[in-house]
Design a binder for this molecule. Structure first.
Ligand code: TXA
Ligand code: MG
Length: 310
């Protein structure tokens, strides 16, 4: 049975205790719900792959309470410091060279010599990290390849009975996963996410490199991902009959990501609306055109993966 835990002191202590016992606890971050395990405990991390039904061992993001903790696992740099100052706690993950003897399970890094680190925002994530007192490895708390969870209900729908507990913190504010910036070489945008390329480049005062197109930049970034049961058609100008329609801006549609055309609101609604449309009658979802600027890059990235051949 999967327990539902609340934000009380005793429930957070209970969640931290479950993690210490090598169990899995889903918890809210500002981006999406994460499926957490003690990042130093290989058996606990292995349970993440089993619960999600992940086909391969992709590297996981390690969540820590602050930049000081991040420094104990990744080799720090001036750029890392500037990004941490600007964006932590928040929706940016940094891929740094892995420190020797950092104590992380090999399963977390998938044997790579780098590690993805992030300090999540949101009270519950911070409270859990502080109560636990160690690094928490956490991918999104959904079955592999399916739509990411932005509410505790999404987590229960996908993983009930397979994990020890869900910390219930309501809906996630940002709604798409963190932006991943690679710092093992020239700073590179490995995955578009909750902080836009534009805001990051503004802080750094230089442009982020883009991985060669078609190459899998962050291992585990599969073409088909975030897939609803229905098929997905993108950049739709004219809805066809029988389609479940996801709009953007003022238009007639079943659900609208943002009537006012606000990309921040659209990101927060994206996965929740896909979950709702998937539960409606019909086999095809049609999505209006979303601009590619700001958070639109992350939204379109997720939509393209949802629409990719499976
Ligand atoms: O917002 C988020 O980032 C959420 C919440 C829970 O924090 N987490 C998340 O984790 O999206 P996940 O497992 O779905 O995505 C982690 C991705 C991997 O697929 C991989 O692409 C990248 O992070 N990654 C992890 N370690 C890496 C490394 N050493 N080098 C390159 N990419 C890495
Ligand atoms: Mg995921």
């Amino acid at each position: 049975m999967t327990e539902r835990l609340s934000s009380t002191f005793s429930d957070i202590a209970r969640a931290a205790g479950l993690l210490s016992d090598g169990k899995l606890v889903a918890f809210p971050t500002e981006t999406v719900y994460g499926l957490g395990a003690d990042a130093r405990d290989g058996e606990a991390v292995a349970k993440i792959y089993a619960a999600k039904g992940r086909p391969s061992f992709n590297p996981l993001i390690v969540h820590v309470a602050d930049a000081d903790a991040a420094r104990t696992f990744g080799v720090w740099s001036d750029t890392a410091q500037r990004l941490a100052d600007a964006f932590w706690p928040g929706p940016v993950s940094l891929v740094l060279p892995l420190r020797k003897h950092a104590g992380l399970s090999d399963l977390v890094t998938a044997g790579l010599e780098s590690v993805a680190l992030r300090v999540p925002a949101g009270h519950l994530a911070q409270d859990l990290l502080n109560a636990f007192g160690g690094p928490i490895a956490a991918p999104s708390a959904n079955p592999s390849g399916r739509i990411s969870p932005t509410t505790p209900e999404h987590v229960f729908a996908g993983l009930d009975g397979k994990i020890a507990a869900v910390l219930d913190g309501g809906a996630c504010a940002v709604g798409v996963e963190s932006t991943i910036v690679g710092l093992t070489d020239h700073p590179t945008l490995l995955r578009a996410g909750g902080a836009s390329r534009e805001t990051i480049e503004e802080r750094l005062c230089f442009e982020l490199a883009t991985p060669v197109s078609g190459e899998i930049s962050a291992p585990g970034q599969l073409a088909s991902h975030y897939a609803p049961n229905a098929s997905v058609r993108l950049n739709v100008e004219d809805w066809q009959s029988g389609e479940k329609t996801l709009g953007f801006g003022k238009m007639a549609c079943d659900l609208n990501l943002s009537e006012s055309g606000n990309l921040i609101e659209a990101a927060a609604n994206l996965f929740g609306h896909l979950h709702l449309l998937d539960a409606m009658e019909g086999t095809r979802i049609a999505v209006a055109t979303i601009p590619e600027t700001g958070l639109g890059a992350a939204i379109n990235d997720r939509l393209r993966r949802a629409a990719a051949p499976r």
